[in-house]
Design a binder for this molecule. Structure first.
Ligand code: NDP
Length: 297
């Protein structure tokens, strides 16, 4: 079997266009411009790239967008004051504090300080609690993106056996909750799971969110399964010349080339789930704006 590559680029592009159309309609009909504020603390290079992309895409969608850049030496109290100010700003409907925070800052306390109605990263315990109870919630962007890819690829997911490898608050747990809501039979695997390959082989839907380059092997995959690779790992090139020059490339958590011989559908890395994350952030900001304005329950 040769897997069909899931065209996340096209799906993300369509989602961004839908969001832009909805933003235009909210402006025209209700005088409402969804606003996103991203707080970047410190100078982590990857975070800088992500934050720039979030700002550019939100402006392209017609939203109000601000980025608050704070020095790495920012104190907990100063960061909490910025979050409080954004919570109160009526032009802002989404507040995202870019993680990781510099050492010494308490991430959990900062996330807990975000108004749950503006928590477009879906990490506040009110939103994760609502998600766990099957209530409407702002849902973490990467898991939301994975579900959109799965629905586009498979349609109805009812009854599918889903295995999620990884149980982080950011990715693994919310994906498992969303798959459960979609009536899948869900297994969450992690570093203590016994015989992980056998667990993975049960999956009609296999989601890899581990952070270990190409860990999931082809013979862990049930023939015809749909594989969603969330992993983003930077590794040196095999080519010794490129490796010696310090060049690196991105790979996922799945041994992609071999997996393509077994899976039915698969997401590539790069060019897969990562593209959905920003598109879903825009979608969440519109959802938050509509709920705050009383236009959506
Ligand atoms: P975490 O490090 O927070 O979680 C990793 C999870 O994988 C943990 O639950 C851990 O288990 C599990 N794990 C680690 N090693 C093994 C193993 N050998 N066997 C089975 N399970 C294992 O990572 P995140 O969830 O934040 O991210 C996962 C990956 O997704 C990373 O590569 C990250 O870069 C990527 N990512 C991609 C995004 C995107 O937009 N595409 C967005 C966010 C993340 P345990 O709990 O037992 O320690």
């Amino acid at each position: 079997m040769t897997a069909q590559i899931i065209d996340a680029r096209a799906i993300a592009e369509r989602l961004r266009a839908e969001v832009a159309a909805e933003v235009a309609e909210l402006k025209a009909r209700h005088g409402l411009t969804p606003g996103l504020a991203v707080v970047l603390t410190g100078d982590d290079p990857a975070s800088q790239v992500y934050v720039r992309s979030k700002g550019e895409h939100s402006i392209a969608a017609g939203m109000h967008s601000i980025t608050r850049r704070l020095p790495a030496e920012t104190s907990q109290a100063e960061l909490l004051a910025v979050v409080d100010e954004l919570n109160r700003d009526p032009a802002i409907h989404g507040v995202l504090v870019q993680l990781p925070l510099p050492k010494g800052l308490d991430e959990q306390a900062v996330i807990a300080a975000i108004d749950p109605a503006k928590d477009v990263d879906g990490l506040h315990f009110v939103n994760s609690g609502r998600l766990a109870q099957g209530l409407p919630a702002l849902t973490p962007c990467t898991p939301l993106g994975c579900m959109i890819l799965l629905r586009e690829t498979l349609g109805d997911l009812t009854g599918a056996r889903a295995v999620v490898v990884g149980r982080s608050v950011l990715v693994g747990r919310p994906i498992a909750q969303l798959l459960l809501q979609a009536d899948c039979t869900v297994t969450i695997a992690h570093s203590r799971t016994r015989d992980l390959p056998a667990v993975c082989r049960e999956a009609d839907i296999l989601v890899a969110a581990v952070g270990r380059p190409q860990m999931i092997q082809a013979d862990w995959i049930k023939p015809g399964a749909t594989v969603i690779d969330v992993g983003i790992n930077r590794v040196p090139f095999r080519d010794p010349v490129k490796a010696a020059a310090g060049k690196t490339k991105l790979v996922g958590d799945v041994a992609f080339k071999a997996a393509c011989e077994v899976a039915g559908h698969i997401t590539p890395v790069p060019g897969g789930v990562g593209l959905m994350t920003v598109a879903c952030l825009l979608k969440n900001t519109v959802t938050a704006a509509k709920r705050i304005a009383g236009l959506e329950a």
